[in-house]
Design a protein around this ligand. Structure first.
Ligand SMILES: [Zn+2]
Length: 161
């Protein structure tokens, strides 16, 4: 069931405008994002992977970081993420970590794949058993690593998230 709202077109158009502006400015790929809560734009982001030499500088992650800084909180509960393209697995995971309440997107992951941004490899990797993934992962259990977890569990003044 669609939950679209009247203002969606306006905010999504802003995300798309950012994607064109910064792509044409040579900052990175053609992706833009806007985070809105209670009728206010908390932050905007755009892809800066190549200009910042940061493979995690996707539009959505950038917008999430800026929005959290703007509101002084690690949670964006109640906020909507508008993005010019369906989020990749990293950005989708970031939206979950940030407690974003809703995502609105324009281009699909299939559209992105057609211009060379293919997320399907990563989606496929996540569902594979660890032993079958392309990047080898070795499990080396550590008593100290576990002790740190135990210390966190017992920590009285921790900020849970
Ligand atoms: Zn992404």
């Amino acid at each position: 069931m669609s939950t679209s709202k009247p203002e969606d077109q306006r905010y999504l158009a802003r995300a798309v405008a950012l994607s064109r502006e910064h792509m044409e400015g040579g900052e990175g790929g053609p992706f833009g994002a806007v985070i809105v809560r209670d009728g206010t734009i908390l932050a905007e982001g755009w892809n800066q992977v190549t200009s910042a030499k940061d493979p995690t500088a996707h539009a959505e992650v950038t917008a999430i970081r800026r929005a959290c800084q703007a509101v002084g909180d690690f949670s964006l509960e109640g906020a909507t993420l508008y993005t010019s393209c369906e989020p990749c697995p990293m950005c989708l995971a970031s939206a979950y970590w940030a407690r974003v309440s809703r995502i609105v997107y324009a281009n699909t992951r299939q559209d992105a794949a057609e211009i060379g941004f293919d997320d399907s490899l990563i989606y496929d990797e996540i569902s594979k058993p660890i032993s079958e993934r392309l990047i080898p992962m070795d499990h080396l259990p550590s008593l100290e690593a576990k002790a740190v977890f135990d210390a966190w569990a017992d920590k009285d003044d921790k900020i849970a998230y």
